[in-house]
Structures are given as C-alpha cells and as structure tokens.
Design a binder for this molecule. Structure first.
Ligand SMILES: Nc1ncnc2c1ncn2[C@@H]1O[C@H](COP(=O)(O)OP(=O)(O)OP(=O)(O)O)[C@@H](O)[C@H]1O
Length: 252
C-alpha cells in the first residue's frame, strides 16, 4: 500500500494533506492522532470510499477500488457489525461473500476457510452461539475472524483493542501475528502507545497531515506527540467517541 503525497478531501475541503508512506507486505503500521485527525478517512481512502484529490493512493499496485476484494476492514466492536441475530459461524462466513458474489452459495471450502478463521481467534467453541450473546472482546474476535476469512492482503483495524478484555487482547494479538507471518499488511488506528510499540513496525502520527512516521522507538517521542496533539497527550484526551461512519458507509 502506497500513499504518494495524497490529499483526501470531502466536497473539495481537504481532510488529509500530503500523506506519504508505504506499508510493505507483512508489515504493521499504527495510525495515531486525536479525534477528528483523519484516521478513519485514511482507511476510507484505502477502501476507495474517500476521494483522493491530489497525489495518489495505491493498494497492491492498483487504485483502491480495484483492490477492494483484497482489503478487509474490522470496525470498532460497538460499531455496526453483522446482524446481531446471526450465529458466530454465519458472521464469519460473511467474510467469504465478496469472493462468492451474491448468487453462489458457500462451498465446503468456504466453510472450511471460515472455520479455520474462527479457530485462529480461539472461538471454535462459540460457533453456534448468537453473535449478540457474546461479550464485547469476543465479538471483536469474531469481526477479526470475518476479516481473516476474506483472506485479505491488507487488513484495516479501527481501534481493535478498545474496551477488549485481556484474554481477547491476547487472542487478537496472536491472530494478527499469524496474519503478518502469512504476509498480510496491517494498518490499525489506536490511542494505545504501548500497543503500537509492541506490535507495530512503524507508526504514522496524523492530525490532518503527517507529523511523523517511522519505527515507534524514534517516532513516539514526547515532542512529536505534543505537536501532533497540539500540546495535549493521548492519555489526557477525552475518551474518543465510537465511530460508526465507516461501517455505515460500507452498508450503503
Ligand atoms: N463524509 C464526510 N464528509 C465530510 N466531512 C467528513 C466526512 N467524514 C469525516 N469528515 C470530517 O473529516 C475529519 C476527519 O474525520 P475522521 O473521522 O477521518 O477522523 P478520525 O481521526 O477517524 O476521528 P475520530 O476518531 O473522531 O473518528 C473530521 O473533521 C470529520 O468531521
């Protein structure tokens, strides 16, 4: 995935300016910035849902719209997910729908891929339960399994660890490590600096433009964070509101 001096604008008003950076196969980038910084817009640009008005964004060497089948998005757990009445197994199988198209029925192979994805997040035993009956951390794992079943080259995660219990955090971390080993690139937005240090190869500091990018150890400095947050710090910001707009956009 490559951002080449990309500017993204809604109704010709720039929301992100001059974003530059590359995420190689199997690498993970954390996107850190305050509420309204444009983190979701960055992901929308990668899904082909936000207009890039200058520069370019390419995914797997193509414009994002052409690569959409190979990009999976995991919304925040409290954002719109699968219909809560569906079972966990059905929710994960939805990850196969893009490759199936709307007319084909899932094959045995699709079901096996979905079952493996559920196993990767450690929730095989909950396959028959209703999605809505699961606690938040497990719902987040199901959403990740749905994305894994899509077999993406690029995985986008919106605050994946927000409000998630430690066991689910551990399951998510090991599932993400497995995906990275298989060559999937990962971009996650997060307010969690420790997580970014632990799990990401690089960090992009974002607030309408980029205030830094590179390995966490040299990018997450007090000075750069202060500049990005205009004098605040992530820990002192009011808790960010849940976001629904990306999921809403996809549901349209
Ligand atoms: N569809 C849209 N049309 C016009 N403006 C938008 C649209 N979506 C987002 N914006 C604006 O773009 C800016 C960046 O929003 P974005 O949601 O990308 O930020 P964010 O960093 O994800 O913030 P948050 O964590 O609060 O969701 C905000 O000012 C927002 O109001």
């Amino acid at each position: 995935m490559v951002f080449d001096r990309a500017t993204v604008a809604y109704d010709r008003v720039p929301v992100l300016e001059n974003v530059h950076g590359t995420v190689e196969s199997g690498r993970t980038v954390a996107v850190i910035g305050p509420d309204g910084a444009g983190k979701s817009t960055l992901m929308k640009a990668l899904l082909g849902l936000a207009p890039v008005v200058s520069g370019s964004v390419t995914v797997l060497g193509c414009p994002p719209m052409q690569a959409r089948r190979r990009v999976a998005y995991v919304p925040q757990v409290d954002a719109l997910g699968p219909d809560p009445r569906v079972t966990v197994a059905q929710a994960v199988l939805m990850g196969r729908y893009r490759s199936l198209g709307w007319v084909r029925r899932p094959t045995r192979t699709d079901r096996a891929i979905a079952a493996r994805a559920l196993e990767t997040v450690g929730l095989t035993h909950r396959a028959g339960d209703r999605f809505e009956a699961l606690p938040g951390g497990q719902r987040q794992r199901v959403l990740l399994a749905r994305a894994i079943a899509q077999q993406p080259y690029l995985l986008l995660l919106d605050e994946p660890f927000d409000g998630v219990d430690v066991l689910s955090q551990q399951a998510l971390l090991s599932a993400l490590a497995a995906m990275r080993s298989a060559g999937t690139s990962v971009m996650m937005s997060t307010h969690d600096l420790a997580l970014a240090h632990l799990t990401c190869d690089s960090v992009w500091l974002l607030n309408r433009r980029q205030f830094g990018s590179g390995p966490a150890a040299v990018t997450l400095t007090s000075e750069k964070l202060r500049t990005t947050y205009h004098g605040g710090s992530p820990q002192h910001l009011p808790h960010h509101r849940p976001r629904h707009h990306l999921s809403r956009h996809r549901a349209e």
